[in-house]
Design a protein around this ligand. Sequence first.
Ligand code: CA
Ligand code: CA
Ligand code: CA
Length: 381
Amino acid sequence: MKSFKLKRLFLVSFVFIASLTLFSPAAVQAAPLLYDDFDGTVLDSSKWNVIEGGESIQLSDGIMTMQGDPNHKRIDSFDSFQPSGDTLFASARIQLGGNYQKFGFRINAAEFSGPVCGFYFDTLENENGGTVTALIREVSDTDTVTEILTVPIDVTWNEFHTFTIEWSPTEIAFHVDGVEKARTSFVCDTPLTVGIWNDRPESMLTDWVEVINVIPVSIDIKPGSITNSINPRSRGVIPVALLSTDTFDAMMVDPATVKFGANGISTSPAHFAIEDINHDGMDDYIFQFRTQQTGIDCNTESATLTGEAADGFIEASDSVRPVGCQSANNGTPPGLQNKPDKPDPPAFENHPVHDSKPGKDIHPEPNTPGQNKIKTESKNK
Ligand SMILES: [Ca+2]
Ligand SMILES: [Ca+2]
Ligand SMILES: [Ca+2]
């Protein structure tokens, strides 16, 4: 009898999950605005305009090498780009080998006259090598060059790194290997090309270049909690809601492309479900990510969700507050180590969810240790 009921429950659950799977949005592929993996034997002349030194540019095994002589070698994208509400991300996987090697939007703004801007990574001339500088330069009507940002960043040369420039309508940020290194408010409203430049005999190798458009979306880490306390040592999962709005339908996102994390690390969801999390009449996604795989540590202040939708890539961040990080013997009374978080609702335990690994049960992240302690203590008094 009991076994029959269990079997029936299992069957009902299976049908429900199967039907959810059937009605999940079809896999969508967001197309980059520019992508070149440098496969082939010659530079793709539909994507790149060789400004100087074309004879020094070679393609082999999926790598573009700029080498040869001390003259300028430079290619610019034929397309120019400009963020319009969304944010542009220009990335390249590059191996630097010498001074004066550059990647970015309108490399060397200084050589243009009139009001133009340029932002790029530049190895500059330096004595020691191994530093790339995040640069923003603006040239005025009177050809005056203003340096908006100059931030040296240590990198190892003769190794591949991923350099990314994040260009929103109001800010520019520089990332190396997924970690943000510099950010400043800066408005540049001219469409710009993406360029690669090598001005020295040392080789500069590029594995790929990509420019993508990212639609800003809204997420809620730990729905129901404002502080979003997370214990980085937890073996549980972190619930993250991807919310629909009047201008964005979360259902257009392919859940298979969603990732979440911090500090250059990200992970795919262990579970997901469709539910109107904020009760506004529009379906949202609720994802659960294994805490241990998110890269969130005791110094993390925010975490980011990324994914692909039908008409572009999505990205959103929300704050996190690491808890349970202080050692037990640091002199702080345990109850004062963490302010009590607003109690989280039992949330998603009662809702059917997709499970990428059937049979494995993952418990939602328990309340923070500080919170439990305070509750227990007040009960005992
Ligand atoms: Ca390649
Ligand atoms: Ca929250
Ligand atoms: Ca909703």
